[in-house]
Design a protein around this ligand. Sequence first.
Ligand SMILES: Nc1ncnc2c1ncn2[C@@H]1O[C@H](COP(=O)(O)OP(=O)(O)O)[C@@H](O)[C@H]1O
Ligand SMILES: [Mg+2]
Length: 167
Amino acid sequence: MKTIIVTGTPGTGKTTLAKKLSEIMKFAYIDANKVIAKYNLSEGYDYKRKSKIIDTKKLNSKILEIIKEIEKSKKYGVAIIDTHLSHYIPKNKADICIVTKCGLKTLARRLKKRSYSKEKIRENMDAEIFDVCLNEAKEAGHKISVIETTGRLNFNQIAKKILREIK
Ligand SMILES: Nc1ncnc2c1ncn2[C@@H]1O[C@H](COP(=O)(O)OP(=O)(O)O)[C@@H](O)[C@H]1O
Ligand SMILES: [Mg+2]
């Protein structure tokens, strides 16, 4: 079974893309937020940054366990993992790392729609400006595919492109 990980700044379209691809291509979709909640992987709350503190090692081993289970079930040819922490999964466990990106105006608009504080919006905008997820994914040695989500996407085309890249 192949594994696709999807990372990117919050608001750049990971969940939309990962869910669409899993619908179109019948991929197994893994929502890391659900994994974190179900297995209590949050180590507390960072009140200043208004975000959960996650032990990425624990999250990784749980996700890898889930991937093994899916593989055993033989129901899926591909699993897709949705979290801005997915690029911490070791490179030998992922066939490709999709990094979602979008224009800054678009991102600001999307983040404002969420009930994020000004500081949290700023932090995420900075993360996108400095390409934090993309750079970390590169440093980790992943095979990378950047998907720009500012305009309208042809999800069928993206699915085909990704499948070609992981063949
Ligand atoms: N390709 C796209 N085209 C238009 N809007 C999008 C696209 N991808 C995401 N969005 C919108 O942007 C917002 C954030 O998308 P989401 O997939 O939740 O991002 P993430 O999972 O990275 O936080 C949502 O309101 C979603 O509808
Ligand atoms: Mg999401």
